[in-house]
Design a protein around this ligand. Structure first.
Ligand code: ATP
Length: 854
């Protein structure tokens, strides 16, 4: 509380609120509300200070005063605000609400003040009571109290006046509120009307635009129609001849023009309605212009639009005038076309007359045609008769067809029967196939029995057999006979080939020996005259000898005949036997020819033919699951020395090949000898050529190609049955022995003599071995020669041996022929045990391993 409190006393008598209209003008009179500080009050306050009136009642009064001042200020402020609100016609509701709030607050404050006044009154009464109770206080104090009560009364009066003011203010506020509401409503209506006007304006604008667009479209349509009219005009000009079409088009055009007229009338009506609307819009726009100045611009634009529309209307009217003028011209054209149509009608009448004449002619023609039809009826009757005959033929053909169909059915049934038969045949074929397979099995069994029987036959025939082959007289031998006057006429000789003579006629028996073949195994040899004379002189009286062998081949016998007989032996080698075939005879008797063959084609000998037989049989047996492997070696024994005919290293120096015997198997083998695998006949041919090239030959007096050595071809055959597991080990020895002539007849000396001695020694050793075997001696002299030692495993009880005794038919060779035949006779009389098949022991493998490694 300030020490000098300023009290602003309100006017109690002359204070009154001015009206809102006057308030604004008398804003400066607000100062009148503040009055100078009353001297009595200051005295009161001074006395109050003096008496230290710092009591609750004084404080409240001060507080009340300050509040009253504050209220006065607020009221003044409110007054100012109200004036401002009044000045501002667009006072917001918020402000009004604030004012109302302020008014409410003021009311509340007034209520509070009244309450506090009551409180203060009560407090004053209490203080008064206190004053009275204390009595200490002076009369001034009571006076002051009275003044205070006066003051309070003043305050009450001021409060009353304030209440009056408040009521007046409230009334003013209510009136203001009412005015404000009215203003607000007016503003709202103004806004609404503005919006409506805007909408109407926009709508009018849109309508105007639409109308303008429609007018534009119509204008374009009119232009298009105009162009169409022009096109139609040109079309009419071009197609004058087509009247009907033109008329239609014209009608169409007229119709369209009428439609256009109607369209134009519609447009006129629309334009009129638009004008009415425009008028209304103008009125509206005038009203809007009156109300809103901003719409004036739009009004001007609308007026411009109106002007444009008016212009368009004028142009449309002008177009319409053009169209109407064109219509007039078109009507003129139509009239012209009508006149043309009349002309055409006249022409048509003329044509009708012409056609009538033509009709008359056609009637005449018709009568003529009717006559022709009658004639054709007659023809058709004839055709009917013909048709009937054809029908009969057709019936006959149908009967034939039905007959054929029956035949076809029969054939079909036959076909079915045949099919059934085929099925039966198929079944029988399958059964036959089964039978064939069974027969195959039987065949294999038969093959087994065949081998057994073949072996038995071989055994019955004897394990060593002798075939005698008499070679023919050679061409060169005939020439020498002629030159020597041994024979006088060459025509008596039957020449079988360029190089040989097959036979000599009986009249020639004087000078040449004769071989009279009694049967297939016996031959009678008649000595030549020369030999008979010498034998008489030497007291030998025999002139003919008979010999029996297993088979005798005449000079006419071919290589095939010979091989046919020995092929069974070759088969034995495949069956697992050891077979030994050798050719014996003097030089030039045909040993090499028999074993290897001649120079000409078709003269292949035993060795190549045996190989072919073995290959073909091996192939056949392959089907019975037999697999064969062949290996071959080729050697010669020359002067008791072994030479490898398959080696490439013939340096000229003789290498000593030793013959060994495998103790386990009894097989002989040559240590270090070449053994080659043979899988094709070509390989064998190559091998034979190579061996022939390596074979040593030397010309002798007897035969310029005489071989002076024994050649031994050994073929090792190992076979195995994949199915049964059976194994067979065969060995085929094919030996071309050296010439067996005696020393006296060969006339050899030196090296040739030594060769002959070795040959004779080995051949006599062979004879000894055979005779020992035949005599079943304990000791068989195999070791006496390299040949017998080598053939130890193939000459004996376990092997099959065949000896060819080759003889020459010449008189010069007769002595040697006799010797050979005698030797062969001895061999043929030998019985050398039973052959045994090698099945388990790998004889060939023993040969291969040892011969190849040592
Ligand atoms: N059966 C035959 N048919 C035709 N010509 C044969 C016949 N046998 C042998 N010759 C011919 O007789 C000649 C002598 O035959 P080959 O050379 O075979 O006798 P060889 O006994 O082998 O003599 P060597 O002991 O000297 O070898 C050959 O020219 C041969 O062509």
């Amino acid at each position: 509380m300030p020490s000098s409190l300023v009290y602003k006393r309100p006017i109690t008598t002359n204070y009154s609120f001015k009206s809102s209209s006057t308030l604004s003008n008398n804003a400066g009179d607000k100062k009148d509300l503040v009055r100078p500080v009353a001297p009595r009050a200051s005295v009161f306050y001074k006395t109050a200070q003096k008496y230290s009136l710092k009591k609750p009642g004084n404080e409240c009064l001060d507080d009340l005063r300050s509040r009253l001042d504050e209220q006065e200020r607020r009221l003044g402020h409110l007054e100012d605000n109200r004036k401002a609100a009044l000045e501002k016609s667009t006072l917001s509701e918020e402000q009004l609400r604030n004012q109302e709030r302020y008014r409410d607050e003021l009311e509340q404050h007034l209520n509070k003040l009244l309450e506090r006044k009551k409180i203060i009154e009560t407090s004053l009464e209490t203080t008064r009571a206190k004053y009275e109770s204390t009595k200490i206080e002076g009369t001034t104090l009571t006076q002051s109290i009275r003044e205070a009560t006066v003051e309070i009364q003043c305050l009450k009066a001021s409060l009353d006046s304030q209440q009056c003011k408040r009521n007046h203010f409230e009334r003013e506020a209510f009136e203001q509120q009412q005015r404000m509401d009215e203003i607000r409503k007016d503003i709202e209506t103004l806004y609404r009307s503005l919006d409506q006007e805007k909408q109407i304006h926009y709508q009018n604008e849109k309508n105007l635009k639409h109308r303008a667009e429609a007018i534009e479209k119509k204008r374009l349509e009119l232009e298009q129609l105009q162009s169409e009219l022009e096109i139609q005009q040109t079309h009419i000009k071009k197609k004058k001849h087509d009247n009907e079409k033109m008329c239609d088009e014209m009608k169409e055009f007229v119709r369209k023009s009428k439609e256009n007229e109607l369209h134009l009338e519609d447009i006129h009506v629309k334009i009129e309605s638009l004008l009415g609307r425009l008028e209304r819009n103008r009125e509206k726009m005038a009203r809007i212009d009156y109300e809103i100045q901003s719409l004036e611009k739009e009004k001007s634009t609308l007026s411009r639009h109106n002007e444009q529309l008016l212009n368009e209307e004028r142009t449309l009217e002008a177009n319409l005038a053009d169209v109407s003028s064109k219509l007039d011209s078109l009507t003129v054209e139509i009239q012209r076309l009508k006149s043309r149509e009349e002309m055409i009608l006249n022409k048509c009448k003329q044509e009708a007359d012409y056609l009538y004449d033509c009709l008359q002619d056609s009637l005449q023609k018709r009568e003529q045609l009717e006559r022709e039809v009658e004639a054709s009826h007659q023809v058709s009757n004839q055709n009917k008769e013909r048709w009937n005959t054809l029908q009969k033929q057709v019936d006959e053909l149908q009967s034939i067809i039905s007959q054929k169909e029956k035949e076809l059915e029969q054939e079909l049934t036959q076909k079915d029967n045949l099919l059934l038969q085929m099925e039966q045949i198929k079944e029988s074929i399958s059964s036959q196939q089964q039978e064939i397979s069974e027969l195959d099995k039987l065949c294999r069994q038969d093959e087994m029995t065949r081998r057994y029987l073949h072996n038995l036959v071989q055994e019955l025939k004897g394990n060593i057999r002798v075939f005698c082959r008499i070679r023919p007289i050679l061409a060169k031998e005939v020439e020498s006979m002629l030159s020597d006057n041994v024979i006088s006429d060459a025509n008596r000789l039957s020449i079988s080939s360029a190089s040989s003579v097959s036979s000599i006629t009986s009249s020639n028996t004087v000078s040449e020996p004769q071989f009279r073949i009694i049967s297939s195994n016996s031959v009678e040899v008649v000595a030549p005259q020369r030999y008979s004379e010498t034998s008489k002189s030497s007291k030998q009286h025999l002139s003919k000898w008979s010999f029996s062998f297993d088979r005798i081949f005449s000079p006419e016998s071919t290589q095939e005949d010979v091989f046919e007989e020995i092929s069974q032996l070759v088969q034995s080698a495949l069956d697992g036997y050891r077979v030994c075939i050798f050719a014996y005879g003097q030089t030039g008797s045909g040993k090499t020819f028999t074993m290897l063959g001649g120079d000409n084609e078709g003269e292949s000998g035993v060795i190549p033919k045996s190989m072919r037989k073995i290959f073909s049989t091996a192939e056949c047996l392959y089907e019975q699951n037999w697999e064969f492997h062949l290996k071959a070696s080729f050697l010669e024994i020359y002067n008791e020395t072994i030479r490898d005919l398959l080696t490439d290293q013939n340096t000229g120096k003789e290498r000593n090949y030793d013959i060994k015997i495998d103790r386990l198997t009894g097989a002989t083998y040559v240590v270090g000898l070449t053994v080659e695998d043979i899988s094709t006949p070509y390989q064998l041919e190559k091998l034979l050529k190579k061996s022939m090239a390596n074979r040593s030959t030397a010309a002798t007096r007897c035969n310029e190609r005489s071989s002076r050595s024994h050649s031994v071809f050994r073929l090792y055959i190992s076979g195995r049955n994949k199915e049964t597991g059976q194994e067979r080990m065969g060995l085929l020895n094919l030996i071309d022995l050296a010439g067996s002539e005696r020393l006296n007849s060969s006339g050899s000396t030196g090296d040739r003599l030594r060769e002959t001695q070795h040959i004779n020694k080995s051949l006599s050793a062979l004879g000894d071995v055979i005779s020992s075997l035949s005599n079943k001696e304990k000791h068989i002299p195999y070791r006496n020669s390299k040949l017998t030692y080598l053939l130890q495993d193939s000459l004996g009880g376990d092997s099959k041996t065949l000896m060819f005794v080759n003889v020459s038919p010449t008189a010069e060779s007769f002595q040697e022929t006799l010797c050979s035949l005698r030797f062969a006779q001895k061999v043929n009389s030998c019985q050398i045990g039973t052959a045994r098949r090698v099945t388990k022991v790998d004889l060939c493998a023993g040969f291969f391993n040892k011969e190849a490694t040592m």
